[in-house]
Design a protein around this ligand. Structure first.
Ligand code: GRF
Length: 226
């Protein structure tokens, strides 16, 4: 079986990209086949090159044709710290095939300008007891597409934006590869799916689809009826 091609769009350092590269390296299910950056200064490009994955840099991230072409026919497109808006015409052509990871429990603490440290600052300023990571479909609005999966992270009284960011990022690195693997196993459905958390596991419909406790590295993902 040929692994399903996955393209990853990046703007920054690419630790989520690294989690995907590591989890999918030997996978028969999915493989990162292309990494596309919004600018040549994205540190993530070096991670891709180290892993031997072809890279591209968008000259015009607002050009839908360029964005779609850059994904190189990937079945699934993952935004992993990608800061540009996907042009609506590209969203329409790639509908339900583009996902994004966000470092908070959407729909809270998302939207234009809500990225990086600002998200965690806003979380702390609000006084909420719980934050986390969200993987969602990309639609025409920032951080607004249907939610696929979330993983909560408790806020501690002594948290700073940095300590909170680090704990959320660690969760992102586990959540994102699991969701990618599960979507690919489901055939990248053409309608939105929701992976619901149950304890430390996800449910797809009434089937246990992803057992996070037993699948921390993304390769040993367990499946069981429940
Ligand atoms: C992550 O927190 C992700 O949720 C957000 O941007 C950050 C990217 O970090 N969209 P990295 O480049 O993957 O290290």
């Amino acid at each position: 079986m040929t692994p399903v091609p996955v393209a990853v769009l990046v703007s920054g350092g690419g630790t989520n990209l690294q989690a995907l590269l590591d989890a999918l390296r030997d996978s028969a299910v999915a493989r990162v086949t292309r990494v596309v950056a919004s600018g040549a200064d994205a540190g993530a490009l070096e991670r891709a090159q180290q892993a031997g994955v072809p890279t591209g840099v968008l000259a015009h991230p607002d050009d839908p044709d360029e964005v779609v072409t850059a994904t190189g026919g990937a079945r699934l497109v993952v935004l992993a710290g990608y800061l540009k808006r996907i042009p609506p015409a590209a969203v329409a052509r790639l509908r339900w095939r583009v996902i994004n990871i966000h470092p908070a429990l959407l729909p809270a603490f998302g939207g234009p300008g809500m990225y990086g440290r600002r998200v965690h600052q806003a979380v702390l300023a609000s006084g909420v007891a719980l934050t986390g990571a969200t993987v969602h479909y990309v639609d025409e609005e920032y951080d607004r597409g249907p939610i696929i999966a979330q993983w909560p992270v408790p806020v501690r009284p002594d948290d700073t934006p940095e300590t909170l960011a680090a704990r959320v990022l660690a969760v992102e690195h586990r959540l994102l590869p699991q969701v990618v693997m599960e979507l690919v196993r489901l055939g990248v459905p053409e309608k939105p799916v929701r992976l619901s958390a149950k304890g430390s596991a996800f449910l797809t419909g009434d089937k246990l689809a992803v057992d996070l406790d037993n699948a921390a590295d993304g390769r040993t993902g367990g499946r069981a009826d429940c």
